[in-house]
Ligand binder design. Structure first.
Ligand code: NAD
Length: 485
């Protein structure tokens, strides 16, 4: 085993009544109360405890990789190599990064104080929030449950994790493993769907971290408002791609097909649709067809590198979006196996159904634009995207996109890879979400940044601001404040 410490310590911590098994619904209140008393007793605050939990999570992943990979195959037909890149290995990298930097991130940060209150010193310290709730979706059921949990643990919180009921095999594996690896007094998992989540949302948490669609995002925010609980909402939307005529279109076809068809298109930062001039679109379409065959063979249904649609409802929604469209590549489907081929649509009308909603499946509509301005206006007319991808060699065009559009992230030359940069915030803006995480930001999300000011009592330079306010003091205060502004 290549980890620094066995999970034994964490397991030893965990020998308390079983808080990690999903409680009966009317017990959720008792569970949260139990977690709160653990937090209030100070158990989760020591950095050593946090590090033990992170190492336990690392062990959980390393020691159970085959079982987790199998669950991902059951839920999404996710290839184990892709699962390493986007789920298990992704989480391990985040743990390593956090373990390597946590002590530094937690150091108090000095802040300069104004002369008016000299001599004094000021700093900020990070304190854990308390008991937090992490609600995850089904599409990356490992990454999107565990990466927020890394931040919550590293920040010293107790937590409830709610995996998605729509990835039941992965949810069940974690329900079993959380109980074995984590400190059960502080870390609980509640499986289930809408009724269980509704019950959880009635409880008072100190932060709710929700990843999923905007409709439920509104439900979460509404519930959180009852207790003035802060929320992070990691939502979705239509992430556009713009391609101009300055770039190598074969390379673009590889990048776009990779980002789009990974996880069968069920990726929040997947390219949703592609904007290009009619000439670029015409050149790109056969290249996309070739790349799809290169990636998945002549019949992607037989490729174990291509996933499946999560459930029948999603499958029906997606196949419905193809009605009336011109298919350039793919289009085939099999309801029995929920297979929908990697599909490219030609010259899609801007008012068609496929352009009216987040696709969240392996369908790439190509929409033609008259100009760069047309592309930018079209993007700006919609909700602010989670990500925007631009393929151009022109610095001026890049600048136009950076300053002339708003999105959670913008990436040039590659889709989805910005998630791999731990120093970049990952989050949306407007309809694509609020708040961001990854790396140090994950610790900040689950912490309160407390202001700390210290001023010695003597000499008492403050007597210059005490009443009574003489003319001299008035002049002094005005003069001082003017200098400060
Ligand atoms: P989902 O159906 O699994 O729902 C997410 C969570 O919300 C689940 O845990 C579910 O139990 C809970 N939930 C569902 N209905 C609820 C209700 N009525 N009340 C309370 N809780 C409820 O996942 P989804 O929403 O279909 O996920 C897909 C969406 O998530 C897409 O829009 C996608 O873009 C977005 N997404 C965003 C990110 C991101 O990081 N920004 C990542 C992945 C997915």
């Amino acid at each position: 085993m290549s980890i620094d410490a066995s999970p034994a310590e964490a397991v030893a911590d965990a020998r308390t009544p079983d808080a990690s098994v999903a409680p009966p619904r009317d017990d959720v209140g008792a569970l949260v109360a139990r977690l709160r008393s653990t937090f209030e007793a100070g158990r989760t605050k020591p950095v050593a405890w946090r590090i033990r939990q992170l190492k336990a999570l690392k062990a959980l992943l390393l020691e159970n990789t085959p079982e987790i990979e199998a669950a991902l195959i059951t839920d999404l037909a996710k290839n184990p190599a892709e699962a390493q890149l986007t789920e298990i290995g992704f989480v391990l990298a985040e743990i390593e990064h956090t373990l390597a930097n946590l002590t530094r991130w937690l150091r108090p940060k000095r802040v300069a104080t104004p002369l008016l209150i000299a001599p004094s010193s000021a700093k900020t310290v990070l304190e854990p929030l308390g008991v937090v709730l992490v609600i995850a979706p089904w599409n990356y059921p490992v990454q999107l449950l565990l990466v927020p949990i890394i931040g919550a643990l590293a920040a010293g919180n107790a937590l409830v994790a709610k995996p998605s009921e729509l990835a039941p095999a992965t949810s069940a594996v974690f329900a079993k493993l959380f109980a074995r690896y984590f400190d059960q007094r502080a870390v609980a998992i509640v499986e289930g769907g809408v009724p269980e989540t509704t019950e959880l949302l009635k409880q008072r948490f100190d932060h709710i971290f929700y990843t999923g669609n905007g409709r439920v995002g509104r439900i979460v925010m509404h519930a959180a408002a009852e207790n003035l609980t802060p929320v992070t909402l990691e939502l979705g939307g239509k992430s556009p791609v713009y391609v101009d005529d300055t770039v190598d279109l074969r390379a673009v076809a590889h990048r776009v097909a990779w980002g789009k068809f990974m996880n069968a298109g069920q990726t929040c930062v997947a390219p949703d649709y592609l904007l290009a001039s009619p000439a670029v679109a015409a050149a790109l379409e056969p290249l996309l067809t070739e790349v799809i065959a290169e990636f998945y063979g002549p019949d992607p249904a037989t490729s174990d590198s291509f996933g499946r649609i999560v459930n029948d409802a999603q499958f029906e929604r997606l196949t419905g979006l193809l009605a009336g469209e011109t298919v350039v590549a793919g289009g085939e489907s099999d309801a029995r196996t929920r297979y929908l081929a990697p599909t490219v649509l030609h010259d899609v009308d801007r008012t068609s159904a496929v352009m009216a909603q987040e696709i969240f499946g392996p369908i790439l509509p190509i929409v033609t634009v008259d100009s760069l301005n047309d592309a930018i206006s079209y993007i700006n007319a919609g909700d602010k995207p989670l990500a925007l991808y631009v393929f151009t060699e022109s610095k001026a065009v890049r600048r136009r996109f950076i300053t002339g559009t708003s999105s959670g992230a913008i990436a040039f030359g590659v889709p989805a890879a910005h998630l791999l940069v731990q120093g970049l915030p990952f989050g949306g803006v407007g309809a694509s979400g609020m708040g961001a995480y990854h790396g140090e930001r994950s610790v900040q999300v689950f912490s309160h940044e407390k202001a700390v000011l210290s001023k010695i009592l003597k000499p008492d330079t403050f007597n210059l601001v005490y009443p009574p306010f003489t003319q001299k003091k008035d002049a002094f205060i005005r003069g001082f404040l003017r200098k400060l502004t």
